[in-house]
Each structure stands twice: as structure tokens, then as C-alpha cells.
Design a protein around this ligand. Structure first.
Ligand code: NAD
Ligand code: DAU
Length: 379
């Protein structure tokens, strides 16, 4: 693709990125099929273990979509990509995203999440300063971040809002908090027109089965233990991934420069309740499974070090200012998600097979690290 009718997305082959790209191009697995925009997408992605090209098979070869295979830490590549494609905006998803991996190997998190964001900001600044007229006026850098920057909540604390002080607890959260601070500094110092979003836990199609929901679904289908960390009473606030994608579009179109918007669906659930709901859905959808009732597979395991107890998002700012609301409840979104995994055994097989892991090792080398095996403890 040439010309400037495009946006640059980083990490567009990962879980949220691929859902955003597919929805944008009208090819989302659970959405209407109506494109969000006729603007094309350039996807800069390193294709780590989490960047699965199969996620974007539906748009492969389509006009309007281009993959640039490379690292956001590569300053030359980032600058060349911006100069070549002249995007109208940047949506920055690329990151190391899994908390457990950040505990066993934080280096890659610091590299991609901090260094990579710095590299991107620097290149975006140089690109932006050379823009003129309407293109300069409308340019945006949207930084996709997380509620984990705010730390952890007690059972009766109010939900995280945009003014909640940062208190990151894991290496992942600290790296994302650092990247948010860099973005803030680039707005304040260099007037780069950035906006930050801090979102709660996402779930939906194409999520790598190291994260809670797809891990539990794929384990249950195979009769493997369902490892619940600690007492399973930690709380997360779940958002269906397409609702996150639509929030990002709203922010891109109508968000105010320099602002932060918290994004969440108002679905606080304990981990144990989430796992039990998945088991009940599988009992209903796979009544003949030899592993039913699937809840018999629940196994309490050693807790995650430094495990944040509760996250909850106050999304009133994005709702009232930008008119965004989530369209899926947790019940409808989780059903869609379980149905999607049941309908896509080939995708699961592809990402969990030895062949995929070898591909990851070859292409991703030392920065992979298979998800840490949970240590089973008797209770
Ligand atoms: P993911 O791990 O599924 O995907 C990350 C993507 O980034 C992959 O395509 C990967 O190949 C790419 N990538 C990694 N390092 C790169 C590099 N150095 N250069 C270029 N590409 C690189 O992540 P996700 O869950 O889709 O999360 C996307 C973003 O949203 C992240 O910034 C994450 O912090 C944020 N976020 C995630 C959640 C969630 O629940 N998953 C919630 C809130 C915010
Ligand atoms: O809150 C937003 C964040 O949500 C994102 O920024 C991160 O990128 C994303 O990975 C997610 O972080 P969590 O640590 O909350 O997600 P995870 O799926 O790893 O775990 C969800 C909860 O489930 C958490 O309390 C740990 C627990 N858990 C997780 C796994 C993988 C288990 O009990 N057992 C498991 O096997």
C-alpha cells in the first residue's frame, strides 16, 4: 500500500491487535462484517510467540492491509515505515503482555514495552514535525495500556479512575507504567498528539492459551487440570475484545489529546467464578465429553508472586465524553468466546502443537520461554 490513506498499528497480529484489525476491515469473527473504516492498515509486528499470522488469515492478501515484519525497537525500520506509508495515526498495541512471563523473565518486557515505546515515540515525533496542514492537525498516537498500572484494590475500594495514582506491582505492570509516563512526557514536552487508554482484562477469540480464559477452555477440552492460583478469589473486570476495539476507535476519532481514558465493561468476577462458568458452558455445549462435569478438573495451585488481588475500572469518562459503551455482557461474551474456541480446534492445535513451539523457538529464540508450569499444591 502506498499513499497516506492508512493507519499504522503495532502488534496487530496479537490478540487485541488482530481483533482490532479484523473489526476495522469488517472481517471480525463475531462482529457484523461492516468495516469500521475504509482507511487501510499497516501492521508492524515482530511476530513473537503471541503474534500469530493465522489470526489475520481472513484478510491476508486483501488490498488495504500490509504486514511489516519487524521490531518496534528498530529505530531505522520504524522511521522508514512511517516515511514510506505516511499514516494518519498510530495505534500502539505491541508489547510483551503476560504477567507470569514477566515474573520469570522481565528483560523482554523492559525492552519491548519501554525501549520499544520510546523508539516509536521518537520516530513519531520526527514524522509528526514534518507533517503539515490537515494531516498534522488530525494526526494521533494512541497508546494502548492497562489498568495494571494502578496496582491493586481492596474489596471495598472504589474502581480505578483516570486520576488514580500509579502503583504498578509486577514487572509487566511497571514496564507499561513506564511506557505511559514516556507517552505523557512526549505530549507535554514535544506536543506530540498522544492519547492513552488503560483497559481491564480482555477476552475473546484469538487469545493465546496462556491467559486465564483460553487456558481454562483448552485445558478442559483435553481433560487437563484447571490451575486456579491461590484461593481463586482474586477479582478481574472483564471486557469482550471487540468492545475494547470499538472503544479505541471512539478514542481515535473523538478523544482529547493528552487525555487518558479508562476502558472496562463493569464485569467484576472472581477467577474461580470465571472458571466455574467456563466449566458450566462446556458441560452444556459438550454434554457427551468424558471430562464432564468439567469443574472436577479444577486444581488449586501455588499463587502468583505479588498477585494483585482486585482490579476494577471506572469507565464513566469514556462513556460520558465519547459516548462509548460495551455491547457484550460477561455472559454473552463468554458464551461467544467458548463457542469460538470449540469451533476452531485447528487454531488451538496450531498454537499448542510442537510444530508451533518449534517455530516460536526458531523465530523468537531466547525471548520465548514457554509459559511457566504451575506448581500444583495439595490443599
Ligand atoms: P499479545 O501478547 O497477544 O500480542 C502482542 C503483539 O505484539 C504480538 O503480535 C507480538 O508479535 C507483538 N510484539 C511483541 N513485541 C514486539 C516488538 N518488539 N515489535 C513489534 N511487535 C511486537 O498482547 P495483547 O493481549 O493483544 O495486548 C495488546 C496490548 O494491549 C498490549 O500493549 C497490552 O499491554 C495491552 N492490554 C492488554 C490487555 C489484555 O487483557 N490482554 C488489557 C489491557 C491492555
Ligand atoms: O488487567 C489487564 C491485564 O490483564 C493486561 O494488561 C495483561 O496483558 C493481561 O495478561 C491480563 O493480566 P492478568 O494477569 O490479569 O491476566 P491472566 O489471564 O494471566 O490472569 C487472570 C487472573 O487469573 C489472574 O488473577 C491470575 C489468574 N490465573 C491465571 C492463569 C493463567 C489463574 O488463576 N490460573 C492461571 O492458569
Amino acid at each position: 500500500m502506498s499513499g497516506s490513506n492508512c493507519i499504522l498499528v503495532t502488534g496487530g497480529t496479537g490478540f487485541i491487535g488482530s481483533n482490532f484489525v479484523l473489526d476495522w476491515m469488517g472481517a471480525g469473527p463475531t462482529t457484523s462484517g461492516k468495516p469500521t473504516s475504509d482507511t487501510g492498515i499497516i501492521n508492524l509486528d515482530l511476530l513473537t510467540y503471541a503474534g500469530n499470522p493465522a489470526n489475520l488469515a481472513a484478510i491476508e492478501g486483501r488490498p488495504g492491509y500490509t504486514l511489516v515484519h519487524g521490531d518496534i525497537c528498530d529505530a531505522t525500520l520504524v522511521a522508514e515505515t512511517l516515511d514510506r506509508y505516511q499514516p494518519k495515526a498510530i495505534v500502539h498495541f505491541a508489547a510483551e503482555s503476560h504477567v507470569d512471563r514477566s515474573i520469570v523473565g522481565p528483560e523482554a518486557f523492559l525492552k519491548t514495552n519501554i525501549d520499544g515505546t520510546f523508539t516509536l515515540l521518537n520516530a513519531a515525533r520526527s514524522y509528526y514535525e514534518r507533517l503539515t496542514g490537515e494531516k498534522k492537525e488530525n494526526f494521533r498516537f494512541l497508546h494502548v495500556s492497562t489498568d495494571e498500572v494502578y496496582g491493586t484494590l481492596g474489596p471495598h475500594d472504589p474502581a480505578f479512575h483516570e486520576k488514580t495514582p500509579y502503583a504498578p506491582n509486577s514487572p509487566y505492570a511497571a514496564s507499561k507504567a513506564s511506557s505511559d509516563h514516556l507517552v505523557r512526557a512526549w505530549v507535554h514536552t514535544y506536543k506530540l498528539p498522544c492519547i492513552i487508554t488503560n483497559c481491564s482484562n480482555n477476552y475473546g477469540p484469538f487469545q493465546f492459551p496462556e491467559k486465564l480464559i483460553p487456558l481454562m477452555i483448552t485445558h478442559a477440552l483435553n481433560g487437563k487440570p484447571l490451575p486456579v492460583y491461590g484461593d481463586g478469589q482474586q477479582i478481574r473486570d472483564w471486557l469482550y475484545v471487540s468492545d475494547h476495539a470499538s472503544a479505541l476507535v471512539a478514542v481515535l476519532e473523538r478523544g482529547r489529546i493528552g487525555e487518558t481514558y479508562n476502558v472496562g465493561g463493569g464485569n467484576q468476577r472472581s477467577n474461580l467464578a470465571v472458571v466455574e462458568t467456563i466449566c458450566a458452558l462446556l458441560d452444556e455445549l459438550r454434554p457427551d465429553s468424558k471430562f464432564a462435569p468439567h469443574s472436577q478438573l479444577i486444581t488449586y495451585v501455588k499463587d502468583r508472586p505479588g498477585h494483585d488481588r482486585r482490579y476494577a475500572i471506572d469507565a464513566r469518562k469514556i462513556e460520558s465524553e465519547l459516548g462509548w459503551t460495551a455491547s457484550e455482557s460477561f455472559e454473552t461474551g463468554l458464551r461467544k468466546t467458548v463457542e469460538w474456541y470449540l469451533a476452531n480446534p485447528g487454531w488451538i492445535e496450531n498454537v499448542t502443537s510442537g510444530a508451533y513451539q518449534q517455530w516460536v523457538q526458531k523465530n523468537y529464540g531466547d525471548r520465548t520461554g514457554i509459559a511457566p508450569a504451575s506448581e500444583v499444591v495439595a490443599r
